[in-house]
Design a binder for this molecule. Structure first.
Ligand SMILES: [Zn+2]
Length: 401
């Protein structure tokens, strides 16, 4: 029996300190994707790179915006009153058929006139048959290979106790594979950060749950493989929060005059003409000169497999370096956010985890999200022949230790 526990945003050094059961297993630090959780999920379920599966951010520019209707009410898109925006977001979310983990979020600080330009990258939850039907993924492979399995607590609106409350559906005698989704670890990190007791205690609670589940599975099965992994680490945010508009004002411009999306630590721009591109590049170069971050150039696109369609994902993408985040983003003002992710995967504080009770390959320093699916497939005895997988199995390999 193979039991996989996914925990969003559990960082390697916190696992070592506050998750004694996982720390007692074999483990590798995991290098994440250069993007947020939705990009990580697409990679770990498909074992394909971001540029192949196409999910980088929650939003991309496109024709299928859930906010298109705003265009049909005369004058509405020129009103920029926050309570109205929040209400429009709420109404749209209610009417939307989007079942993805993030759903249709409100674009809080983005002027309403740009809302109808953006669509969600994903419309359904990851284990839906309609999720990227052209690429085989963990869920579709389980079905195709007829593996008796259970998916536990994978739904939006994640709550602290979901995994243990929903664990009852597991049939330890007959299921060959179980996938536990624990999303709340990321929520608690955003809200409290790595030094808070709330985060430490919750991590320890999750660790005990994994240990108990393992014990339970062992009663009915001689051979149990436990794989516990996360998608990325977390970095405590430090002041000051960066208001990108300040840099525009210094040049006599306003960020809201350009088509853009400001996410936590990324700023993406689309241009209506060459002049706009020159103006924005000049301003972003200023941030770069102050060593606040950098524009993702060809070198970064190659290194992190981010050769994306620019019209959809941004003609210029600026990365704000850790430990800073922007204020006045599409998510809000970020006043209460203690910790963030989506930073460069090579930063040690941003390492996720890959823990297993079986031996792990000796010749690799890191696990990657692309390794998750190939490793699971080997445990289930599924051949990778016929599947294009970018990662490799790292569990119980010939040189494992
Ligand atoms: Zn995540």
């Amino acid at each position: 029996m193979t039991i996989v526990f996914f925990m969003d945003g559990v960082k390697y050094d916190m696992m070592k300190k506050y998750m004694p059961f996982l720390a007692s297993l074999n483990s590798k630090p995991l290098q994440s994707e250069f993007g947020y959780s939705c990009a990580c999920h697409a990679t770990m379920y498909t074992s394909r790179y971001i540029e192949e599966h196409g999910t980088w951010f929650i939003w991309k520019k496109g024709e299928k915006s859930p906010y298109k209707w705003i265009n049909y009410i005369p004058g509405l898109k020129y009103i920029n009153f926050l309570p109205l925006k929040l209400l429009l977001g709420k109404v749209t979310r209610k009417l939307s058929k989007n079942t993805s983990y993030s759903g249709v979020p409100c674009l809080v600080n983005l002027p309403l006139k740009y809302w109808p330009l953006f669509e969600t990258t994903e419309d359904v939850i990851w284990n839906d048959d309609k999720y990227k039907p052209e690429i085989p993924n963990m869920f579709s492979i389980l079905k195709k290979e007829k593996v008796q399995h259970k998916i536990v607590a994978l739904h939006s609106g994640t709550q602290p106790d979901d995994a243990w409350n929903e664990e009852g559906i597991v049939d330890y005698k007959n299921d060959k594979f179980v996938y536990f989704f624990i999303g709340y670890t990321d929520n608690i990190m955003h809200a409290y950060g790595e030094n808070a007791n709330e985060s430490k205690e919750y991590f320890t609670k999750v660790d005990s749950f994994i240990k108990e589940t393992y014990k339970k599975a062992k009663k009915d099965n001689e051979d149990v493989t436990i794989l516990a992994f996360s998608d990325h680490g977390h970095i405590n945010i430090e002041e000051p929060k960066i208001d990108i508009n300040k840099y525009f004002i210094q040049e006599g411009k306003k960020v809201n005059n350009y088509i853009h999306l400001i996410e936590s630590n990324f700023a993406r721009f689309w241009f209506r003409n060459e002049q706009e591109k020159i103006e924005v590049t000049k301003i972003l170069n200023k941030l770069q000169n102050e060593q606040l971050g950098f524009i993702l150039d060809k070198e970064y696109q190659k290194k992190y497999h981010l050769n994306m369609n620019k019209e959809e994902h941004g003609e210029i993408v600026f990365y704000l370096e850790a430990p800073h985040e922007f204020t006045k983003t599409i998510w809000g003002f970020g006043k209460t956010v203690k910790s963030g992710h989506g930073f460069e995967p090579i930063l040690p504080k941003h390492y996720g985890i890959f823990c297993c009770n079986k031996k792990l390959a000796q010749d690799v320093e890191f696990a990657y999200l692309t390794d998750v699916l190939p490793s699971i497939m080997v445990q289930l005895g599924i051949s990778r022949e016929g599947y294009i997988l970018r990662g490799k199995n790292i569990i119980n390999t010939d040189n494992a230790d």
